[in-house]
Design a protein around this ligand. Structure first.
Ligand code: COI
Length: 357
């Protein structure tokens, strides 16, 4: 077990009511920090009051974006137990990201022990309201003070927590998505498969434009031909066409799509339920054509923050696909019920996905 020095806040916050949390807007009282220095490795694990980070202005993170992050949640069950969903998957994905970004790699046991320890300290911040949870945001930043474009040799791994409700303001209501045909998100050999802030920074302009036009997010097409569907702003995406379920290829060590933990869990469930899950290239034209033929049955996004998010409309150039009369589809509802049932402890965890705190 990781040795963590705990310093409690002397000014605890007044907690926001569970029904007014929003997503990622309020933060708990403490944060976890561990330092990395070359020659010393990871050291000085601590939980301290939440607050500003003193940092050299020349730290590599500010100039060359050498940083990465993860997202997972702590759930409160009806029996008042607190539990995590597959934190080992987040730890491994952060390791893949760190390798790609030349950041020091955080051992899986440090990642998981730190998450558990911080959530234990912050357990009163885990909301009671159905559908709300404690969103946990681990991140790694390069702290070496240097302007030469070289990998840093010092870093910090930090975890903050945010009691949160639904990611989309409308909750489980189906959303409208714009198929982005100007900007691209990722190219082969790039960083599309890792969770680094730079991917999201580069996505903001398209997202802002789409939002002003009334869409919740953009659907990214591949960066080479802008032909094949990849992922949506903050989630992976699935299409049910003529009985089969399609989603883009996502791999831990290459590729252009983020290998989501929820995506992976949904694929496992669908396969167990006997669905034909096709993982690979799916052209946007094929989807729009399927819609015209009445074969585009359901579309839904998956993500830790977004959970399972039904899509009611896809706009591509001058074409529009309306899905399931604007209603959540039966398969999307079943996946939502099953995933949230396991996460909140309403359904048995037959797969060993749940880790108690
Ligand atoms: C998550 O689902 O945890 C994410 O990191 C997506 C987004 C909020 C950036």
């Amino acid at each position: 077990m990781l040795d963590i020095k705990i310093t409690k806040t002397t000014t605890p916050k007044t907690k926001a009511p569970d029904d007014q949390l929003g997503f990622g807007k309020v933060f708990s009282d403490h944060m976890f920090i561990i330092d990395y220095n070359e020659g010393q490795g990871w050291h000085d694990a601590r939980i301290v009051p939440y607050g500003p980070l003193p940092m050299d202005p020349s730290a590599v993170v500010f100039h060359y974006a050498q940083e990465c992050f993860e997202g997972l949640k702590a759930y409160r069950t009806a029996e008042d137990k607190i539990q995590l969903f597959r934190p080992d998957c987040n730890a491994k994905r952060m390791q893949n990201t760190q390798e790609r970004l030349c950041l020091p790699v955080i051992p899986e046991d440090i990642f998981v022990d730190a998450v558990k320890a911080l959530v234990e300290v912050e357990k009163d911040f885990v909301p009671h309201l159905d559908g709300s949870s404690l969103y946990i945001r681990p991140f790694t930043i390069a702290t070496t003070a240097q302007l030469g474009v070289h990998a840093a040799h010092d870093a910090q791994f930090i975890i903050i927590c945010s009691p949160s409700g639904a990611y989309y303001a409308a909750g489980l209501a189906p959303i409208k998505i714009y198929v982005e045909d100007t900007y691209t998100r990722a190219a082969p050999g790039g960083t599309g498969f890792i969770k680094c802030g730079g991917n999201y920074a580069a996505s903001l302009l398209a997202g802002e434009i789409a939002e002003k036009r009334g869409y919740s997010q953009v659907l990214w097409l591949d960066g080479l031909e802008q032909k094949y569907v990849e992922e949506v702003g903050a989630m992976n995406i699935f299409f049910k066409i003529d009985g089969k379920v399609y989603t883009a290829y996502a791999n831990d060590t290459d590729g252009t799509v983020l290998p989501g933990v929820t995506r992976r869990s949904v694929i496992e469930l669908l396969e167990e339920w006997g669905y034909d899950v096709v993982i690979g290239k799916l052209a946007i034209e094929t989807i729009m054509q399927a819609s015209k033929e009445g074969k585009l049955e359901e579309v839904f996004g998956t993500g830790t923050a977004a959970v399972i998010s039904p899509v009611k409309q896809l706009d591509y150039k001058t074409d529009v696909a309306y899905i399931n009369d604007g209603e959540i589809g039966p398969l999307t509802q079943k996946i939502y019920d099953t995933m949230t049932g396991i996460q909140w402890g309403r359904l048995p965890d037959t797969k060993g996905w749940i880790v108690p705190v």
